[in-house]
Design a protein around this ligand. Structure first.
Ligand SMILES: Cc1ncc(COP(=O)(O)O)c(C=O)c1O
Length: 457
């Protein structure tokens, strides 16, 4: 097979490559109105506020159905996914002396937000979805556990229903022991629009067991609108919760730390101080562009899911194992990335790594944007040097804080997470762009077949 002169796959930034007249009109609207700030301006259209309300309706929509008129979700827009995590952890009261359970396959921000909150990250192993394994949670719970953070990676859901069942059981026992409940913060930066099955609510079920968008199962769900995400405003983040009191805290903390408790606060930032603000407001430019993008999201997801289905079927036909889906129906994962496990081969660790790299090197010249997960940058806990070496924020926190002396029992070197570690050295993935023609899909399938026959088998 000849290496093509042009890459087979277009560069893919799912939301950004769908930019068109709607996004241009949205940006111009703000500039013409001379009102880029969300709370006031000469002709402020309150785009960010409208985005928050529409985002809640989107997250409440069932597969294939229109957005409902009302949503029980409260949404706050912020200026990045990292900011969303930091504000959410603050709203949940995370600080010195707390432990936050987080999976080892994530993005560095999931960890940095915990460290910046002066809390200690505790790594949880993964299952065959490569996300947090529900059965790995219980053994890691201590009286200090404050939050559990699943991170649905590359568009693939964790078994959220099972995770929430475990958490509700744990919280029932904690109530009997007089301990505060463990809360769930879903970092869905990479999985906006995915669906999973289960009952939401960490303390008591907030709804019946059914199909929900991810990010609506836990106490808080966050999303990112950075350019690699399913929709994009260049930068941006969203925070969703069902809990009105948490929403009050999030809304205040993302701004200047003041809650808006009255319908007509004296100040634009609110009247009741309740903490120190993060200054994470979203601009009207981002809000208007994100509104245009949100209307395209289900179409983007439908395309990715369709192409992903074909690649996944082919991977299976070749005798390899696609990454397990938490919920294959309904319609489940977003399809953003097609991950597959190599067939049984070398047993030696160095040979597994050499084989994974050889497969990635063979796929790369065709422009499939492959990743061998072991080398997937700071998505992998043991590739994060500041974590492995326990780098502090200023003045030694969180590691030197006397409230965190227990951290010495936790390490972050490779070997900490048995199941994930094995998956990382045996799994590769290719990007699934959201605008593939049937011919492009066929060409990619041919490359997978060629690399399988020449390098893998
Ligand atoms: C899982 C995860 N969490 C958090 C973030 C942070 O989002 P942002 O880049 O918008 O700060 C990202 C972004 O890549 C991510 O993938």
């Amino acid at each position: 097979m000849d290496i093509p002169k042009q890459p087979l796959l277009p560069d893919e930034f799912p939301g950004a490559v769908w930019y068109g007249d709607e996004e241009i009109e949205a940006a111009l609207r703000i500039i013409k109105n001379q009102s880029p700030f969300r709370y006031y301006g000469p002709h402020c259209n309150f785009e960010v506020a409208q985005l928050e309300s529409e985002f809640g309706r989107f997250l409440s929509s069932k597969p294939g159905a229109n957005w409902p008129e009302q949503s029980a979700l409260h949404v706050t827009a912020v200026n990045s996914g990292t900011g969303a995590l930091e504000v959410a952890l603050d709203a949940l009261g995370v600080g010195c002396g707390d432990e936050v359970l987080v999976q080892g396959f994530m993005w560095i921000s999931s960890i940095s937000a915990i460290i910046r909150s002066r809390a200690i990250p505790v790594l949880v192993d993964s299952d065959d979805t490569l996300n947090m394994a529900p059965e790995a949670i219980r053994a890691l719970i201590t009286p200090r556990t404050k939050v559990i953070m699943p991170v649905p990676m590359l568009g693939g859901c964790a078994r959220m229903g099972a995770i929430m069942d475990v958490v509700r059981d744990i919280n029932k026992e904690r109530r009997e022991q007089g301990l505060p409940p463990v809360r769930v913060l879903e970092d869905c930066a990479q999985a906006l629009g995915a669906h999973a099955y289960g009952a939401p609510g960490a303390v008591v079920p907030a709804g019946a067991a059914d199909v929900y968008r991810v990010g609506t199962f836990g106490d808080i769900g966050i999303f990112s609108l950075q350019i690699n995400k399913n929709i994009s405003a260049g930068e941006g983040g969203m925070i969703a919760t069902r809990d009105p009191e948490l929403h009050r805290r999030i809304e205040a903390l993302h701004n200047a730390g003041y809650a808006k408790d009255s319908a007509t606060p004296t100040n634009w930032y609110g009247d009741t101080p309740l903490g120190w603000g993060h200054g994470r407001r979203m601009s009207e430019l981002q809000g208007a562009v994100a509104r245009a993008q949100l209307r395209k999201l289900d179409a983007i997801l439908a395309n990715m899911r369709k192409s992903h289905q074909r690649f996944e079927e082919h991977v299976r036909r070749l005798g390899m194992t696609p990454r397990a889906r938490a919920d294959a129906d309904n319609p489940g994962d977003t399809g953003y990335y097609c991950l597959f496990r190599l067939p049984p081969g070398p047993t030696d660790d160095a040979e597994k790594i050499a084989r994974g790299r050889a497969v990635a090197n063979a796929l790369a010249p065709f422009g499939l944007h492959p990743w061998f997960l072991h080398d997937f940058e700071v998505h992998v806990y043991y590739n994060i040097k500041p974590l492995m070496e326990k780098w502090p924020v200023n003045n030694g926190c969180p590691w030197k804080c006397p409230h965190n002396a227990f951290h010495t029992v936790y390490g972050y070197e490779r070997g900490t997470l048995q199941h994930l570690d094995e998956a990382l050295v045996t799994t590769l993935g290719i990007n699934v762009p959201s605008r593939l023609t049937r011919e492009q899909e066929d060409a990619i399938i041919a490359v997978l077949e060629y690399v399988y026959k020449t390098v893998i088998r």
